[in-house]
Write a protein that binds this ligand. Structure first.
Ligand SMILES: [Zn+2]
Length: 113
C-alpha cells in the first residue's frame, strides 16, 4: 500500500509548513492527486487517520480532489480523457499525445490554528 508512504510525506510537509508559521494545530489539509498516480482515495484517507496520531494534525481532516487523466493529441490537438493503460487519440487514433494532467500530487492548502 504505497498510500502510507505518500501520506507520510504529505503529513510531514504539512506539519513542517504549519510549524514554520508558528501554528500549533492543523485543522484541515487539502490535497489534489491525479488518477494516473494509482493512489486510492480510501487508502489515502485511512493512512491519514493512522499517521496523524501524535502529531499536531491529530484532529485534522483530509480533503481530496482527484484529477482525471487527460492528454492532448499532437496530431489533431484534441484533448481527451484516458486511463493509465492506453493513451490514444479517440479522434484520429494517434499515439503521439502529450499529458495535460493526471500525474500530479500536491498539497493545496493547510488550515491551522
Ligand atoms: Zn488526434
Amino acid at each position: 500500500m504505497h498510500e502510507m508512504s505518500i501520506c507520510d510525506g504529505i503529513l510531514k510537509s504539512a506539519v513542517e509548513a504549519a510549524q514554520a508559521e508558528g501554528a500549533t494545530r492543523i485543522n484541515r489539509v487539502e490535497v489534489t492527486f491525479g488518477e494516473l498516480t494509482q493512489i486510492v482515495a480510501d487508502a489515502l484517507e485511512f493512512a491519514f487517520e493512522v499517521l496523524r496520531k501524535d502529531t499536531i494534525a491529530e484532529e485534522a481532516t483530509l480533503g481530496i480532489t482527484i484529477l482525471e487523466g487527460r492528454s492532448r493529441c499532437l496530431d489533431c490537438s484534441v484533448e481527451f480523457r484516458h486511463d493509465r493503460y492506453e493513451v490514444r487519440c479517440p479522434e484520429c487514433g494517434s499515439y503521439l499525445c502529450s499529458l495535460v494532467q493526471g500525474r500530479e500530487l500536491r498539497i493545496d492548502s493547510i488550515d491551522v490554528d
